[in-house]
Design a protein around this ligand. Structure first.
Ligand code: PRT
Ligand code: ZN
Length: 301
């Protein structure tokens, strides 16, 4: 009897965070890309019904290892975690590629110090102890600025380290900044800006690679539709050039005649940027009327 191992079953495997800040948005993105999943967060594996694809639900820190061992071929994780793995172990993880930023999970890796500590620049950290879960990225930053500081590695609750005298300063992820404020810390240096990304294994079997390309194209389409708007308006023919010039991020708009009106046309355009009220007011001031801005559900170039 021949049985294919799960690695060779011809299905693409994507690793996403099982539970945490990136988990729901990762699921939602795959669903918007037309993948129908049976959600069962207790399991390690989740099969897609309508695409040869399995989702592995794992801890975010384990995603790079799932990829380099070819258990999974794509992963969704924070750039911060990927870059930290690559910094700590370039031989193992250096070949993983970031293929697409996803626009969620935005945060920054920052150095913060107690409000009452005098801080004039990275030099102020000389001889100090800094607590962090990002030893690799912090050490790289300190080396770049020629700062000689001690690093204490902590897995969590980094923000309490100065209060408990475990460290003088911290280096941690920040999004709203509320955690720093409520712990009497002030943000001083941003080491890295991060968001969720799709990562890819550098070597992939060709049949799996074509599945991966198909999913990546769908995800790209979802993201560009999300950021785009379809705009429709009527305007005097003579104002057309003016109107086209201020349509935000649109390529060539479609211009249609308006029945019974020689002096007016309808303009339809896909704008790949936000359309603000101020833009609509500018369009109106240049003679546009009946301006409609609608979201786009799907878009495939
Ligand atoms: O269990 P597992 O290991 O999978 O999860 P985890 O606990 O390691 O990760 P999780 O879910 O906390 O974060 C996953 C990813 O979300 C991170 O690697 C980042 O890419 C991204 N992300 C975005 C954040 C934040 N924003 C964030 N604010 N990760 C953590 N934080 C923490 C930060 O460490 C600090 O404790 O939130 C606190 C600060 O938040 P603010 O809003 O008060 O500034
Ligand atoms: Zn983690």
């Amino acid at each position: 009897m021949t049985s294919k191992s799960s690695r060779d079953d011809g299905r693409l495997k994507i690793a996403i965070q099982k539970s945490g800040r990136l988990s729901e948005k990762s699921f939602a993105l795959l669903e918007r890309a037309g993948i129908s999943l049976q959600k069962s967060k207790d399991q390690l594996l989740c099969r897609a019904h309508n695409f040869p694809l399995d989702i592995f639900l794992v801890r975010d820190d384990d995603i790079p290892a799932f990829l380099v061992n070819d258990v999974c071929q794509l992963g969704i994780m924070g750039q911060n975690s990927l870059l930290e793995s690559q910094q700590l172990d370039p031989d193992t993880f250096g070949g993983l590629q970031q293929v697409m930023p996803l626009g969620f999970g935005r945060c920054r890796l920052s150095i913060a110090v107690p409000n009452d500590m005098e801080y004039t620049g990275p030099d102020s950290l000389n001889g100090r102890t800094i607590a962090t879960s990002y030893r690799g990225l912090l050490a790289k930053y300190l080396a770049e600025y020629k700062v000689d500081a001690n690093i204490v590695t902590m897995e969590g609750a980094v923000e309490v380290a100065p209060r408990t005298h475990l460290a003088d300063a911290i280096c941690d992820l920040v999004s709203t900044g509320n955690t720093l404020i409520s712990n009497g810390l002030s943000e001083q240096e941003t080491i890295l800006k991060s968001q969720a990304v799709i990562i890819k294994n550098n070597v992939m079997r060709s049949d799996i690679d074509s599945l991966s390309e198909k999913i990546l194209a769908r995800i790209k389409a979802v993201l560009s539709a999300e950021n785009s708007r379809y705009i429709m308006l009527n305007c005097p023919t003579e104002a057309l050039d003016d109107i086209k010039a201020i349509l935000p991020g649109s390529q060539s708009p479609t211009v249609l005649p308006l029945q019974g009106r020689d002096d007016m046309v309808a303009v339809h355009a896909v704008c790949d940027e936000a359309v603000f009220w101020t833009t609509m007011e500018d369009l109106k001031a240049r003679g546009a009327s009946s301006i409609l801005v609608v979201p786009i559900e799907k878009m495939l170039d």
